[in-house]
Ligand binder design. Structure first.
Ligand SMILES: Cc1cc2nc3c(=O)[nH]c(=O)nc-3n(C[C@H](O)[C@H](O)[C@H](O)COP(=O)(O)OP(=O)(O)OC[C@H]3O[C@@H](n4cnc5c(N)ncnc54)[C@H](O)[C@@H]3O)c2cc1C
Ligand code: SF4
Length: 324
């Protein structure tokens, strides 16, 4: 790891100001950021690491006026064992309890989980060996390289600081993103309130739509008035301490309105809108579940190396619908 200044922030303004000056990164639990610093993956190594965990009052889970509110610094372990979460949002507790490892879940936060950088192995290669488009470099190495874990629904195009257009095919593999999307969560930041479905994005060293210096402060989830049925499923190659290759969240209300979102298949969490439209208002049967699986994968254009993800999407969606 290279040397950097470390600041324990007392306020969110202090964090925002440091980030806006440039050359700084924010750290919460460090589960994602510390390995990026250690592996020296940056286009420009940060001069300052500013600790958000020292900002008070951002670590809580509370029910308030029909909404579950979770502070951005709440750890995944606290979310997984919270009775308020389990009672209202079983799939959130399940997903939080499956990310990374028991030890990491004690220190890593929901905010960091939602803002984590992509896992693409070119992006993560030691000593910035591949200075790719997502870091501000010229090109995407995965297009012609090893893209077995990459998007099957195309790339996301974004602009670099100098206004050039670049495309990235890395996927969002975060554990909680699909779950919070189907639960209709909203994210409070230091600047605005953003729907979960609009929060994720693709930019240089960024996997959200947050502006420079904008900090996620609270996750708000509406507590449904009538019970919903939910499912969360992750497919990973190893049983523990492995990112999901694909993760899936489904939520359905008592009128059979379905919300389905997949991680690991597209640059941002993928809402399976065609499957939702097919299912809405209908009771699940074996045949309908199979059709919905096909609809969820419709439009996929995989590479040869990640074509396995297409039948995986179909099977996961079908099985989890039947398990509802
Ligand atoms: C061995 C290992 C296994 C892992 N397995 C999984 C897994 O299975 N599933 C999974 O989802 N993740 C996994 N992770 C990644 C990581 O641990 C988690 O995503 C974790 O929740 C990150 O949270 P953190 O608080 O440690 O974030 P940090 O590492 O501190 O921060 C991550 C990023 O988010 C930004 N950030 C943090 N908080 C905020 C905020 N409030 N507002 C704005 N930006 C913010 C930081 O600047 C940084 O860029 C794994 C990591 C390791 C090392
Ligand atoms: S997929 Fe994205 S992160 Fe990976 S090499 Fe291409 S531009 Fe970089």
């Amino acid at each position: 790891m290279r040397p950097f200044n470390h600041i324990n922030a007392n306020t969110l303004d202090e964090v925002s100001d440091a980030l806006k000056k440039g050359g700084a990164v924010a750290i919460a639990g460090g589960g994602d950021l510390l390995s990026a610093l250690k592996d020296d993956i940056f286009h420009e190594y940060p001069k300052t690491v500013i600790n958000i965990k020292s900002v008070p009052d951002l670590d809580y889970i509370k029910s308030d006026d029909g909404t579950l509110k979770i502070g951005a610094l709440t750890t995944l372990a606290d979310i997984a064992r919270s009775t308020i979460t389990a009672e209202n949002f079983d799939i959130l507790a399940q997903a939080a309890g499956k990310a990374s490892s028991p030890a990491l879940r004690e220190t890593t936060t929901i905010g960091g989980n939602l803002c984590q950088l992509p896992r693409c192995w070119y992006f993560r290669k030691l000593n910035n060996r591949f200075d790719c488009a997502r870091k501000g470099g010229e090109r995407c190495f995965a297009f012609t390289g090893d893209n077995r874990y990459h998007s099957v629904f195309g790339g996301a195009t974004f602009e670099t600081a100098s206004g050039e257009k670049r495309t990235c095919i890395a996927v969002n593999q975060g554990e909680l993103a699909p779950v919070l999307t189907v639960l209709g969560a909203k994210f409070q930041t230091t600047e605005r309130l953003i729907d979960a479905a609009d929060f994720f994005g693709v930019g240089v060293m960024n996997a959200t739509v947050l502006n420079c210096g904008e900090i996620l402060t609270e996750i708000q989830i509406p507590i449904p008035e009538t019970a919903r049925k939910n499912r969360y499923k992750r497919f990973a190659f190893r049983k523990s301490i492995d990112f999901p290759v694909i993760n899936l969240a489904i939520s359905v209300d008592n009128k059979n309105n379905y919300r389905i979102c997949l991680g690991g298949v597209a640059p941002v969490p993928y809402v399976a809108a065609k499957a939702e439209a097919l299912l809405n208002g209908r009771e699940i049967t074996e045949e309908l579940a199979e059709q919905a699986g096909d609809a969820a994968a419709e439009g996929a254009k995989p590479f040869e190396a990640n074509a396995y993800k297409v039948p995986l999407i179909k099977t996961l969606v079908k099985r989890e619908l039947l398990a509802l």
